[in-house]
Design a protein around this ligand. Structure first.
Ligand SMILES: Cc1cc2nc3c(=O)[nH]c(=O)nc-3n(C[C@H](O)[C@H](O)[C@H](O)COP(=O)(O)OP(=O)(O)OC[C@H]3O[C@@H](n4cnc5c(N)ncnc54)[C@H](O)[C@@H]3O)c2cc1C
Length: 292
């Protein structure tokens, strides 16, 4: 097997243009598992770990750009203000996996259990792709994921990173698994509040063929907060019945299957519990002066 070692993004894109069949490898924490189990034997691999341009993040014009090569460990260390993303990153694998694993790799694998993905979906992030021949294009996260472990990336493209509009408001990521660490999620949920637009966004992982948004639940809680005046006055209490209904609508948005990790019924129940909890955390956090 040939291993190609570009030292710049330009070089990496040139190689991908000339060798579209070559498989990119970033941290290798998904790819090497497939190689070791004999499920994959690419003729060539392009090692992206030396491409510095992919391993940075920046903020510009109210938007955040996160390079595909950013590891979970770097996110935890450098991006504390993006709490749901940090919570998801901290929940990935073990320290070794977090030191190697990248968000670009999570996007590339496109598993419905990828823990960074519900966060990007709740942020309404775009995935930025680039080829040497056609330049850059951005796809909304839901257009990028075309099915379980399937994406819209073209053979000569690389994932450059992901971009989203920075939101003001509390949020969280939480997941259910069979133990606390080194676990594939049975259900994962990210909830973020967008104070400027009076919106609540909820994305689910591991409970459908791809990442899902719970749009009916989002509309129900945003409307309840509007009619109660809670957007203007965070001290207003949202009745338990409304929070329960929100949990039920989130559970109804899931499209789970029975598998070795959990039954569909358990996953649906998990979504309800995660949703209620995440909403209560966010409503409590809104009462803190930081968001006013
Ligand atoms: C023990 C263990 C525990 C794990 N725990 C978790 C967990 O808790 N949560 C979780 O979400 N995941 C987990 N994973 C899976 C894995 O760590 C993540 O999916 C990680 O984000 C993959 O990133 P990577 O850089 O290692 O990807 P790689 O393995 O290098 O690549 C993955 C895929 O993405 C493609 N790719 C990578 N970068 C690019 C790019 N720039 N452009 C185009 N294609 C690209 C590759 O070709 C490949 O198809 C675990 C894995 C292991 C081995």
């Amino acid at each position: 097997m040939e291993v190609l070692l570009p030292h710049s993004l330009e070089e990496a894109l040139a190689i991908k243009g000339e060798r579209p069949e070559a498989t990119p490898i970033a941290g290798g924490t998904d790819l090497m598992v497939d190689l070791n189990f004999g499920r994959l034997r690419p003729a060539a691999m392009i090692d992206l770990s030396r491409v510095a341009e992919l391993a940075s993040w920046q903020q510009e014009d109210g938007h955040v750009f996160l390079g595909a090569g950013l590891t979970y460990a770097t996110i935890v260390n450098e991006m504390p203000e993006f709490k749901p993303l940090v919570q998801a990153s901290r929940s990935v694998g073990s320290p070794q996996i977090r030191n190697r694993g990248t968000v670009g790799g999570n996007l590339g694998t496109a598993s419905p259990a990828g823990d960074a993905l519900p966060v990007l979906a709740a942020y309404d992030a775009d995935v930025v792709l680039r080829s040497r021949a056609r330049g850059e294009r951005s796809l909304a996260w839901h257009a990028f994921f075309t099915g379980p472990k399937k994406t819209a990336i073209a053979p000569d493209e690389l994932i450059i990173g992901t971009r989203w509009r920075r939101l003001r408001g509390p949020g969280s990521f939480s997941k259910i698994g069979t133990r606390n660490a080194m676990v594939i999620s049975v259900a994962g949920l990210c909830l973020v509040v967008d104070e400027e637009n009076g919106a609540v966004k909820v994305a689910l992982g591991s409970v459908g063929p791809t990442i899902l948004r719970a749009t009916e639940a989002e509309q129900q809680i945003a409307a309840a907060m509007t009619s109660s005046g809670a957007w203007q006055d965070p001290s207003i209490t949202i009745p338990d019945q409304v929070i329960d209904e929100f949990g039920s609508l989130v559970a109804a948005a899931a499209k789970p299957l029975d598998d070795v990790r959990g039954t569909a019924a358990y996953r649906r129940h998990g979504c309800r519990v995660l949703a209620r909890r995440a909403l209560i955390w966010a409503l409590n956090e809104r009462r803190l002066p930081a968001w006013l």
